[in-house]
Design a binder for this molecule. Structure first.
Ligand code: OAD
Length: 232
């Protein structure tokens, strides 16, 4: 730990579970009552924009009722106090990392609180609803969609992520099932570049065998303990 100079942390839905945000792959295989292909693909949006907008409007509104948990707060503390390089890459579209205070953070799957204009291509901070086709604050067109990376679309900031994975000493994966690429392959990239790898998840992920070390339990317990180890 004393020699650590650069850490990349990948987080998934499991880190927000203890805040009350449902994970994606619940036992029923549905995401909040919907099949993923009915709400999280460009084809679904083309077929039924009203359903998709209403679905994400509800997710966005629900953020007002949740708060960061001990795991988000611990990573924010690490961000504040770790003197080396750090990048937190989240697959989550909630805003709980930043509300806990994390700054060295990027959202590879987009953000509920942003809207993307299909006319001018600009992304805007967005707090309200998108159903009802509000005008883009930039160009005025009624062409806004959630700024979320859907299945079949390219995640954000891949070059920056790949560069960080190529130079980190430690890659840590927290609260992700390892089912969705490219994020599921980050552990292999980090290993290829000789980083140490650590998984923290409630249960073994699909890629658990790729990690040097795996700790299984709730993120709200495991992550604060690990952050103390790194900072001590
Ligand atoms: P998943 O729902 O696939 O996986 C969540 C993981 O968190 C599971 O392995 C759970 O066991 C674990 N978990 C649940 N509660 C936990 C807790 N309290 N502490 C620690 N771990 C816990 O979510 P993701 O892996 O994030 O993509 O899903 C990846 C992507 O698939 C999402 O970003 C989303 C989704 O479809 C897009 O929307 C593009």
């Amino acid at each position: 730990m004393a020699e650590l100079q650069s850490i990349v942390i990948l987080t998934g839905a499991g880190i927000s579970a203890e805040s009350g945000v449902p994970t994606f792959r619940a036992a029923d295989g549905l995401w909040e009552g919907h099949r993923v292909e009915d709400v999280a693909t460009p084809e679904a949006f083309a077929r039924d924009p009203g359903l998709v907008q209403t679905f994400y409007d509800a997710r966005r509104a629900a953020l007002a009722g949740v708060v960061p948990n001990a795991a988000h707060r611990a990573l924010a503390k690490l961000d504040r106090d770790f003197a080396g390089e750090l990048l937190i890459v989240t697959q989550n579209v909630d805003d709980l990392h930043e509300r806990a205070g994390a700054e060295r953070l990027l959202h590879m799957h987009g953000e509920l609180k942003r809207a993307l204009c299909l006319a001018c291509g600009e992304s805007h901070g967005w707090a309200g609803d998108l159903r009802g086709a509000p005008a883009c604050p930039g160009c005025g067109a009624a062409k806004l969609r959630p700024d979320i990376v859907w299945f079949g679309e390219m995640p954000y900031e891949m070059e920056r992520i790949e560069a960080a994975l190529a130079t980190c000493d430690l890659f840590v994966s927290i609260g992700t099932s390892g089912a969705v690429y490219p994020a599921a392959g980050f552990v292999q990239t980090a290993r290829y570049h000789r980083a140490s790898t650590l998984e923290m998840n409630l249960e073994p992920s699909a890629g658990t065998g790729w990690f040097d070390e795996a700790r299984h339990g709730p993120a709200g317990v495991l992550v604060p303990a690990w952050v103390e180890e790194v900072l001590s």
